[in-house]
Design a protein around this ligand. Structure first.
Ligand code: ADP
Ligand code: ADP
Ligand code: ZN
Length: 215
């Protein structure tokens, strides 16, 4: 099962990717998590990426294409993968097609999670993340014990780009640079729309029905 979770910031890509990853035992590949880990470790990549992330801009395509190529060639992707936050531009999508053609693992479906902007802002402002890829929300998905990740017991943190001017810029950047991928994947007959405004379990049930045939 080779799946792309697609949608604007706050749509629920990470939340749903983690649930699918647990059910189907395939990795969640979040480019945002990979970049944040690099920022935290202070790698050259992290130093380069940080200025874009803080401003809510996209990190350059060449950087992302390098990251995703290396990650998809790792052994745990052999039985499938869930892409969360990649691709975000047409050149990234074109590069992905080339990489997957080479390893003969085409994308099965692109799950387009649709949520209106006012709800996205509400979700981002209350999001508490974990480095394991889990997302909590102070109102919509509170952790069982405050500040602690339900999935791994890690310490939750608020992202600086979720609570600053970067939010509105990220939503603009999505419209300008990422939304064109909707038509791109529609033309390839891969796009499956999902109503992302329902509760987490209802959205999951809907996505699960769409991806189950690719198991
Ligand atoms: P994305 O990865 O698309 O940016 P997340 O999965 O991190 O989005 O979700 C954004 C925020 O919204 C998180 O705080 C998460 O707990 C919350 N959330 C996710 N899905 C839902 C949902 N269906 N209903 C309400 N809140 C949700
Ligand atoms: P969200 O969950 O809100 O959609 P992510 O965690 O996926 O956000 O991404 C956080 C930031 O990391 C983005 O604003 C961007 O700066 C950078 N980033 C992540 N994935 C990509 C990508 N595929 N292309 C370019 N930049 C990316
Ligand atoms: Zn965790």
């Amino acid at each position: 099962m080779d799946i792309i979770l697609f949608g604007p910031p706050g749509a629920g890509k990470g939340t749903q990717a983690q649930k699918l990853s647990q059910k189907y035992r395939i990795p969640q590949i979040s480019t945002g998590d990979i970049l944040r880990a690099n920022v935290k470790e202070g790698t050259a990549l992290g130093l380069e990426a940080k200025k874009y992330m803080d401003a809510g801009e996209l990190v350059p395509d060449a950087v992302l294409i390098g990251i995703i190529k290396n990650r998809l060639l790792e052994a745990d992707c052999a039985n499938g993968f869930l892409l969360d936050g990649y691709p975000r531009t047409i050149p990234q999508a074109d590069a992905l097609t080339v990489i997957l053609d080479e390893i003969k693992k085409p994308i099965d479906a692109v799950i387009n999670i649709i949520v209106p902007t006012d709800i996205l802002i509400e979700r981002l402002s209350g999001r508490w993340m974990c480095s394991c890829g889990a997302s909590h929300h102070i109102v919509f998905n509170p952790p069982k014990s405050e500040g602690i990740c339900d999935t791994c017991g890690g310490t939750l943190f608020q992202r600086p780009d979720d609570t600053s001017d970067a939010v509105s810029n990220r939503l603009d950047v999505y419209q300008k640079q990422t939304a064109p991928l909707v038509d791109y994947y529609k033309k390839k007959n891969l796009l499956k729309d999902v109503d992302g405004t329902k509760d987490i379990d209802a959205v999951f049930a809907n996505i699960d029905t769409l991806v189950a045939p690719f198991k």
